[in-house]
Design a protein around this ligand. Structure first.
Ligand code: GRF
Length: 191
């Protein structure tokens, strides 16, 4: 059965586009995009999703003034209307509480721009440069209640060169993200 996929974004949505494209263009990918949801109506990815013919929704976190549980209750209700089997977090910049995550155990994926378990959290590229690492990369993992701590499904590596800044490294890693996440999703829905 084709898996229904909801994608949560906060920004430009380039990873979301790569996920939607594999689902729409690869007949061997056993999934279809049913929703792109952002936590702000300024998220650039919303227009890209609409252009690709995917339903969009916004659940703005700001009116909830830090009440994560109340925000997530609305988030969950909106998502449930689309009956997804899987949620893909793609640059979704809100920390989710265990009570939300528990509703999607084993069904929610995330992309993180580091070679986990290294550099959970933010500023991953600068931290890799500061540590004088030779290699950086990105990881796809199953979301658990430990931030960026769930089982890793796939990783891609890039070399860090002496002239790299956080921005140039982020750009190199993003190229790999756009290949890795669709491939990992395709594999995830295959089994
Ligand atoms: C990506 O680098 C992702 O790994 C990080 O935020 C960025 C989102 O980019 N968490 P986009 O919105 O997919 O273009």
């Amino acid at each position: 059965m084709t898996k229904r996929v909801a994608i949560l974004i906060s920004g430009g949505g380039s990873n979301m586009v790569s996920l939607v494209k594999i689902m729409q263009q690869d007949a061997q990918c056993n999934a279809k995009p049913v929703l792109v949801l952002a936590n702000s109506d300024t998220a650039g990815g919303l227009a890209k999703a609409a252009d690709l013919g995917v339903d969009t929704q916004v659940v703005d976190h700001r009116p909830f003034k830090g009440d994560r549980v109340a925000f997530e209750a609305v988030l969950h209700d909106v998502i449930e209307k689309y009956s997804p089997d899987i949620i893909c977090l793609a640059g979704f910049m809100r920390v989710l509480t265990p009570s939300f995550i528990d509703k999607w155990t084993g069904k929610m994926l995330n992309i993180h721009p580091s070679l986990l378990p290294k550099y959970k959290g933010l500023h991953t590229h600068q931290r890799a440069i500061d540590a004088r690492d030779m290699v950086a990369g990105c990881s796809i993992h199953v979301v658990t209640s430990e931030l960026d701590g769930g089982p890793v499904l796939a990783q891609a590596k890039v070399a860090i060169t002496p002239d790299d800044t956080a921005d140039t490294l982020a750009a190199k890693v993003l190229v790999q993200e756009h290949k890795l996440y669709p491939a990992a999703l395709k594999e995830f829905v295959r089994v």
